[in-house]
Design a binder for this molecule. Structure first.
Ligand SMILES: Nc1ncnc2c1ncn2[C@@H]1O[C@H](COP(=O)(O)OP(=O)(O)O)[C@@H](O)[C@H]1O
Ligand SMILES: [Mg+2]
Length: 257
C-alpha cells in the first residue's frame, strides 16, 4: 500500500516538494492483492469490472451475500475474494465484510499479514458474538471476520443454525458480505455455504484448473441449490508484464505526450 505521510501543515494538498512525501510499500501483504499493491494496474481494473457487473446485477442496492469458491485448492479463491472485497470497499458508502469460512486451510489472515484471532468458528459455536470479533482488514473500510479458533469438525460447525443467523446479522450492517470457502470437490463446506448465500462465483485459474473438475464443481454447486452467478478467471495474462502493459489504459505521462 502507498501511504502518504503528509507534513503537519499540509491541509489535504499534495506536498510541494517531493522530499516531503514518504512512500511506504508494505511488502508483507501478499503481492497478489493487486487492489492493494497496484491499484491503477490492469489486473485491478479487471477486478473492478467484475465488481461493477455484480453491482449492476443488484440495482436496488440490497445487501448481498456472495460465496467465492473453486473446484480444488490453490486456484486463487482467497486472493480473488480479497481483491473483490477490496474493490467493493472502494465504492463510496459501501460497508463490506470478508468472511473466511475456510476452516480447513484458511488464507485471508495470511494474505493480509494479520495474526489469527477468534472469529467465525467461535461465533458459530456460541463462544462469542460477531461484533466482538469483526476487525479492520487494513484496506479502506473493509472488515474481516477471520476463521477463528481451529476446530476438528468444520463441516459440523458450518452446518450450525447459527450460520443463517450470522449471515442475517451481517446483512443488517454490510452491503456486501463476501465469503471465502474451501474448494467444492474435497468437502461439502462450500456447497453448504453456497446454498445459503445470494450468489456464488466460481474461480477458474487459467492454464491450471482442469475443465472436468470445474464442470463437476459447477454441477455440485447447482445440485446443492447455489445460485452460480459466473466465473472469476485469474491469471489471465500469466506472468507476462508486457502483455499486461499493452492491455493497460493508464493516463499518458508528460514524456509520452
Ligand atoms: N493471480 C495469481 N497469479 C499467480 N499466482 C497466484 C494468483 N493468485 C494466487 N496465486 C498463487 O496461488 C496461491 C494460492 O492462492 P489462494 O488464493 O490462496 O488459493 P486458494 O484459496 O484457491 O487455495 C497463492 O499463494 C499464490 O502463490
Ligand atoms: Mg483459500
Amino acid at each position: 500500500m502507498f501511504r502518504r505521510h503528509k507534513p503537519a501543515n499540509d491541509a489535504g494538498r499534495m506536498p510541494d516538494r517531493p522530499e516531503d512525501m514518504v512512500v511506504i510499500v508494505d511488502q508483507a501483504v501478499s503481492p497478489y492483492l493487486v487492489l492493494f499493491h497496484d491499484p491503477s494496474g490492469y489486473r485491478a481494473e479487471q477486478v473492478r469490472a467484475l465488481r461493477n457487473r455484480l453491482v449492476a446485477m443488484n440495482p436496488d442496492g440490497e445487501p448481498k451475500t456472495l460465496v467465492v469458491t473453486s473446484a480444488v485448492r490453490d486456484e486463487g479463491k482467497t486472493v480473488s475474494a480479497l481483491n473483490l472485497a477490496m474493490a467493493m470497499a472502494e465504492l463510496e458508502r459501501q460497508q463490506v465484510v470478508l468472511v473466511d469460512a475456510d476452516m480447513r486451510r484458511p488464507g485471508c489472515e495470511r494474505h493480509l499479514n494479520l495474526n489469527p484471532e477468534p472469529g467465525l468458528a467461535d461465533v458459530l459455536l456460541g463462544r462469542t458474538t460477531v461484533d466482538k470479533v469483526l476487525r479492520p482488514a487494513g484496506y479502506r473500510q473493509l472488515m474481516l471476520l477471520g476463521p477463528g479458533t481451529r476446530v476438528a469438525n468444520p463441516a459440523e460447525v458450518l452446518s450450525s443454525s447459527r450460520l443463517d443467523e450470522l449471515l442475517h446479522r451481517l446483512k443488517e450492517r454490510f452491503q456486501y458480505v463476501i465469503v471465502d470457502t474451501p474448494p467444492v470437490l474435497p468437502s461439502t463446506d462450500a456447497g453448504v455455504l453456497a446454498a445459503r448465500v445470494d450468489g456464488t462465483l466460481l474461480v477458474v485459474r487459467l492454464e491450471r484448473s482442469l475443465k472436468k473438475q470445474t464442470r463437476e464443481a459447477l454441477r455440485t454447486l447447482q445440485d446443492m441449490g447455489a445460485n452460480v452467478l459466473g466465473s472469476f478467471v485469474t491469471e489471465l495474462r500469466g506472468h507476462d508484464p508486457d502483455s499486461d502493459r499493452r492491455l493497460a489504459y493508464e493516463p499518458r505521462s508528460d514524456e509520452e505526450a
